[in-house]
Design a protein around this ligand. Structure first.
Ligand code: ISL
Ligand code: CA
Length: 558
């Protein structure tokens, strides 16, 4: 397999609003990021992906962009940004920008023009349709956050399409001029020195030829994993064009956020010879703990399902395309709370186990800010404590309109699954507000900051932080972790996730106990361990071959 730097990288995701505030206004900013570059350097990551910092009315926390070539003032200005690039590069850290071009903000100058008249030169930058005869929207499509995907605009008597909020109108990728604008803007950032793009819902940019009602396209607050227009007819053509016009001219890392992607589609988006992207984020494991009420549930995942899913992606893409690996991001609850155990007793050990399980897979791992500290979900006891529009909309629908849930049930679901869990400020130390700001934080800091914070972990060899650091270091030193092939063992075991990695005559055996029980190691694995050549990493001090203790993870060289 071809060696590439982006296959060997570990990416750290920053949600800028909640990372570090430098000026006491309670909102994280670019100077705050700069002040923490040494922390990230020490952790060992090689790439930072920063969620949007562009000028934005912040209806969806920056995923609604009104100027793609300006920073939002609350984060800083272009001088700050240039300094960030320079300071990051000085430390061999690359910077990846979030590229949000399925939609813009309704305050973008293109949309302000577009809605003025049917013959405005920017009209076709967006997607406008006549109402049906009865005045209702063109189709029954629903947007991700609840409600119709069509917004009526009085000025011209037409509806425009928005797969997210009405303040996030979808751009019309059929229009060549739109594509040219996007490519020029990307080139401008590349010339500035950015090292890549994470492409927001890029799988949704190509819309169907015919707009018609459909079963998955009903306004449905429960189903949002696929979006309305995943993997549309021209998406690969568009990405090949983008690659030709921009990406191929620079040495970048590119990852598509591809709602609704399947392994077959991923081979096209991220194929080694397809000239589109380096890798994609799929969402299949994010759906494993859903039930008939979708994500708003207290249901937990079943380990054999997770193993089956990871194994499918590992085996199917091996040698053909590249995987991205993640447990969480700014749209997901905290990894240790969702996949591990965030009780006092097991938080540290289970966070390390999860890290082992993910970082030993084939693909590029992503670490979301605070994951390296084992930060946990927040307990929301009233809807007024939340910020996220998705949580608020669904609370309204499920509790107040449809009475599917009681208030308490929905708040429990939000505390387990809501996007706000990821968005509480980073916990730097045990001073007020966890050291995130000297002012009033824009969003509540998790009260456990006095116990869980970076300061107490960076110099503690037994901390979650030090364990991540070790995993990242091992990846740099061992090609097998990056390039080895993967094979699953004991697929049906409900507590143990065991797999091997193989490269040439080297082999690793990865054992992860996903339960709080002490479990007996199956005989076939005992036989493999008996000839082991040492332990690469483990979250318990003394290895013991026959049993695995609660949440024990161990990687043997065999
Ligand atoms: O958050 C989700 C589920 O709760 C996802 O389905 C998410 O909405 C979807 O993956 C798209 O996410 C991206 O685009 C959105 C933005 O709100 C998200 O923050 C972003 O990651 C619209 O730009
Ligand atoms: Ca600030």
């Amino acid at each position: 397999m071809d060696k590439k730097w982006w296959k060997e990288a570990v990416v750290y995701q920053i949600y800028p609003k909640s990372f570090m505030d430098s000026n006491g206004d309670g909102i994280g900013d670019v100077q705050g990021i700069i002040s923490k570059l040494d922390y990230l350097k020490d952790l060992g990551i090689s790439v930072i992906w920063i969620s949007p910092m562009y000028e934005s009315p912040q209806k969806d926390n920056g995923y609604d962009i009104s100027d793609y070539q300006a920073l939002d003032k609350r984060f800083g200005d272009m001088n700050d940004f240039d300094e960030l690039i320079e300071q990051a590069h000085k430390r061999d850290i690359k910077i990846v920008m979030d590229l949000v071009v399925n939609h813009s903000s309704d305050q973008h100058k293109w949309f302000i023009e577009s809605r003025k008249s049917k013959d405005n030169p920017y009209r076709d930058y967006y997607i406008w349709r006549d109402p049906k005869e009865d005045g209702s929207p063109t189709t029954n499509w629903g947007q991700f956050f609840g409600g119709s995907a069509w917004q009526y605009d009085e000025t011209t008597g037409q509806y425009y399409l928005h797969q997210f909020l009405a303040e996030q109108p979808d751009l019309n990728w059929e229009n060549e001029k739109v594509r040219k604008e996007v490519y020029d803007m990307m080139t401008w950032w590349c010339e500035k020195g950015v090292d890549g793009f994470r492409m927001d819902v890029i799988s949704l940019i190509s819309k169907p030829e015919v707009y018609e009602d459909g079963p998955i396209n009903t306004p449905d607050h429960f189903s949002h994993v696929g979006g309305i227009t995943p993997n549309g007819p021209r998406v690969h053509e568009f990405l090949k064009e983008m690659n030709r016009e921009v990406l191929s001219k620079y040495d970048l890392i590119t990852v598509g956020e591809t709602a609704g992607v399947t392994v077959d589609e991923a081979k096209k988006y991220a194929g080694f010879d397809t000239n589109e992207l380096n890798m994609v984020f799929h969402f299949e494991h994010m759906g494993l703990d859903e039930d008939e009420h979708g994500k708003w549930t207290n249901h937990r995942f079943y380990l054999p399902d997770l193993k089956e899913n990871f194994t499918k992606w590992q085996k199917e893409l091996d040698g053909k395309a590249w995987n991205s690996l993640y447990w969480d991001n700014h749209d997901q609850p905290r990894a240790v709370s969702r996949w591990g155990n965030d009780s006092d007793e097991y938080r540290v050990v289970s966070a390390k186990m999860l890290a082992t399980c993910l970082h030993m897979l084939q693909g590029t791992p992503y670490v979301f800010q605070g994951e390296e500290l084992g930060m946990t979900n927040f307990t929301f006891t009233d809807i007024s404590q939340t910020d996220d529009v998705e949580e608020k909309n669904n609370y309204k629908t499920l509790v107040e309109v449809e009475h599917v849930y009681t208030k308490e049930q929905m708040l429990e679901a939000i505390s387990m699954r809501g996007r706000d869990n990821a968005r509480t400020p980073m916990q730097w130390d045990d001073s007020e507000n966890g050291g995130f700001t000297t002012g009033k934080p824009w969003f509540a800091v998790n009260p456990n900051y006095s116990k869980i914070n970076a300061k107490s972990q960076v110099n503690d060899p037994d901390s979650v932080y030090s364990y991540y650091k070790e995993l990242i270091k091992l990846r740099k030193e061992n090609d097998i972790i990056v390039y080895g092939t993967y094979d699953l063992l004991c697929p049906d075991d409900e507590k143990l996730y065991a797999y091997t990695r193989t490269l040439g005559d080297e082999k690793l055996l990865v054992l992860c106990n996903f339960s709080q029980d002490e479990i007996e190691v199956p005989q076939e694995i005992k036989d493999m361990i008996s000839a082991n050549k040492g332990i690469l990493i483990s979250n318990y001090k003394d290895g013991q071959a026959d049993t695995l203790r609660p949440y024990e993870a161990v990687v043997y060289k065999i």
